[in-house]
Write a protein that binds this ligand. Structure first.
Ligand code: FES
Length: 158
């Protein structure tokens, strides 16, 4: 068994949204046969510090089994404008297939562009494909008037 620690510095005002988003996005860890258990912890002395602790069955299980699986390393493209007040989603925190907007902590699905939870709104998604290590965006979607700026984000919980 190997243990992975990932440290995040999250503004205190965004910490609850980060934890909720991580909880929602952790299905890729739940589904991985290589992940034995995981936890997200907030430092009591400094609430801006979070640690994600993941136990993997082996280095190979983590690096080859999980990181090379379909659940990891999936790319999404969205118009870089939050449906709330046009916050820059490219500067948000990605957890699983969700991005948390840096301005007011709305959680946006990378798959659908929809705001999650009780928030309402949608940001256009841009179809893409990955081929030989390159990301290709659908040209007509990128050229649409709403897509003044596009953000490409990589999903993944760990
Ligand atoms: S602009 Fe994104 S949550 Fe407000």
């Amino acid at each position: 068994m190997v243990v992975e620690y990932i440290r995040y510095t999250i503004d205190e005002a965004r910490a609850d949204a980060f934890e909720e988003g991580y909880r929602r996005a952790s299905s890729s860890l739940d589904d991985s046969e290589h992940c034995l258990r995981y936890e997200v912890a907030r430092c009591s002395e400094d609430p801006t510090q979070h640690v994600v602790r993941i136990e993997w069955d082996s280095v190979e299980g983590h690096e080859q089994g999980f990181r090379k699986s379909a659940a990891f390393g999936e790319f999404f493209a969205l118009v870089n404008s939050c449906p709330h007040k046009q916050g820059p989603l490219s500067q948000g925190i990605v957890h699983g297939d969700v991005v948390t907007c840096p301005l007011h902590n709305w959680n946006i699905s990378l798959r659908s562009g929809n705001a999650l939870g009780s928030d309402e709104g949608c940001v256009p998604t841009i179809p893409l494909k990955v081929d030989a290590g390159r990301i290709y965006l659908k040209r007509s979607a990128v050229l649409s008037p709403r897509a003044a700026e596009v953000s490409v984000l990589e999903a993944g919980a760990a």
